[in-house]
Design a protein around this ligand. Structure first.
Ligand code: XLS
Ligand code: CA
Ligand code: CA
Length: 441
């Protein structure tokens, strides 16, 4: 049986195509350097937004019409697996990601939840045998169920710490079973609402202990996935411990975990933290901590996490610039942690959304690649910092000077000379590169 009988294989038809069910810019087999776009971009589908989410919002119930809606319980979970693999194949997407609650229903006890998971994981494994699609990462949902109301690993309640640990243990086993390339920790409830009832030090220490236990267990079972922390400043918690990459990096260093983790950077979380997406990517990259990306975008007019499909070409270009400079994403990928809008309730919208996202990142990749090839930003930056390549600047970066020597130098300075940052010219150049990609040149 087909869940998407009206949709054929999505093919690349080029920029002039008017077929809404075709890629215009993403040609999976096109090569840049020695890798195909498919190999470099490593797109992933987020199981939760695509197969589980019903498009509920805080003011209204779900609107999504899905062919698997007629099923319940384990049958629903099985139907979703069937639909998911049909979707992956039709879109030729190489990866998928999930939380355990996305793939199988929670039971009345943890034991029963495990049983349900075992059934669905076996089914997924079976489907994976006949499919090219691989598991990019899985994660534990330690935030939705009311038992996590005071947090998970940072809960005041040690029973919840234990329960969360059990779920991560199971998740690592599932990741290993399905050959997951990475494993994600997003701490939606790992934070606090008010200091008035919070032992911040104990909570953070416990979080550190929790991550060490996960690292140890993965080693014990021989699961060599890349561990990833996904920062987010707030929502649902008021203050989240993994606020942004810089905060997360300090946390990892403090608890001696930085060798074991990298970051999974989500665009909408970056903007919620008051940063640009590319800021977070850059911060991670220059510290060799850029592991994976949750590719989406927020609404600048809204103050929460809207998880929209990425269509802003400026943003995908600047993101791909960082990813190319990083030498790719290693065991990570570009996971569409994005959902269609509540008004886009038809099943076709799931295809349109992914096509739009994949095309947008393909454009970003091509434009960023050309920018780097032409050394556009590199030349601008080199020119702007040239004062550090000779004289006193060279002494500073080579550690050959001190405050006394610098004072002597400064006292003899005439007026300091500046050069324009040429921001408008740079942005116009960027537009030129973007428009050239549109013209297919
Ligand atoms: C929520 C997060 C979440 C993580 C995985 O805002 O983006 O979906 O990616 O738990
Ligand atoms: Ca995410
Ligand atoms: Ca999000």
């Amino acid at each position: 049986m087909s869940y998407f009988p009206n949709i054929n294989q999505i093919e690349y038809e080029g920029p002039k195509s008017t077929n809404p069910f075709a890629f215009k810019f993403y040609n999976p087999q096109e090569k840049i350097g020695d890798q195909t776009l498919e190999e470099f971009l490593r797109f992933g589908v987020a199981y939760w937004h695509t197969f589980t989410q019903d498009l509920t919002d805080p003011f209204g119930s779900g609107t999504a019409i899905r062919p698997w809606d007629k099923f319940k319980g384990l049958d629903l979970a099985k139907a979703r697996v069937e639909a998911a693999f049909e979707f992956f194949e039709k879109l030729s997407v190489p990866y998928f990601c999930f939380h355990e609650v996305d793939i199988a229903p929670e039971g009345d006890s943890l034991r029963e939840t495990y049983k349900n998971l075992d059934i669905i994981v076996a089914m997924i494994k079976d489907y994976m045998k006949d499919s090219k699609v691989k598991l990019l990462w899985n994660t534990a949902n330690n935030f939705t169920n009311p038992r996590f109301l005071h947090g998970a690993a940072s809960s005041n309640n040690a029973d919840v710490f234990a329960y969360s640990a059990a779920k991560v243990k199971k998740g690592l086993e599932i990741g290993k079973e399905l050959g997951g390339e990475s494993y994600v920790f997003w701490g939606g409830r790992e934070g606090y609402e008010t200091l008035l009832n919070t032992d911040m030090k104990l909570e953070m220490d416990n979080l550190g202990r929790f991550f060490h236990m996960a690292v140890d267990y993965a080693k014990e079972i021989g699961f060599d996935a890349q561990f990833l922390i996904e920062p987010k400043p707030k929502e649902p918690t008021t203050h989240q411990y993994d606020f942004d990459v810089a905060t997360g990096y300090a946390f990892l260093q403090h608890y001696g975990l930085d060798k074991h983790f990298k970051f999974n950077i989500e665009a909408n979380h970056a903007t919620l933290a008051g940063h640009t997406f590319e800021h977070e990517l850059r911060y991670a990259r220059i510290h060799n901590m850029l592991g994976s990306v949750d590719a989406n975008q927020g609404d600048p007019l809204l103050g929460w996490d809207t998880d929209e499909f990425p269509t802003d070409l400026y943003s995908t270009t600047l993101a791909m610039y960082e990813i190319i400079k990083n030498g790719g994403l290693g065991k990570g990928g570009l996971n569409f942690d994005a959902k269609v809008r509540r008004g886009s309730f038809e099943v076709e919208d799931l295809f349109h959304a992914h096509i739009a996202g994949m095309d947008s990142f393909a454009v970003g990749y091509k434009v960023a690649n050309q920018l780097i090839k032409d050394q556009v930003l590199e030349n601008i930056v080199a020119e702007r910092y040239k004062s550090y390549t000779e004289g006193i600047g060279l002494d500073i970066v080579e550690g050959k000077t001190d405050l006394k020597k610098l004072e002597a130098y400064a006292l003899d300075l005439d007026e300091i000379q500046h050069e324009s940052g040429k921001l408008e010219r740079i942005k116009a150049t960027l537009n030129q590169y973007l428009l050239r990609a549109f013209a297919g040149e």
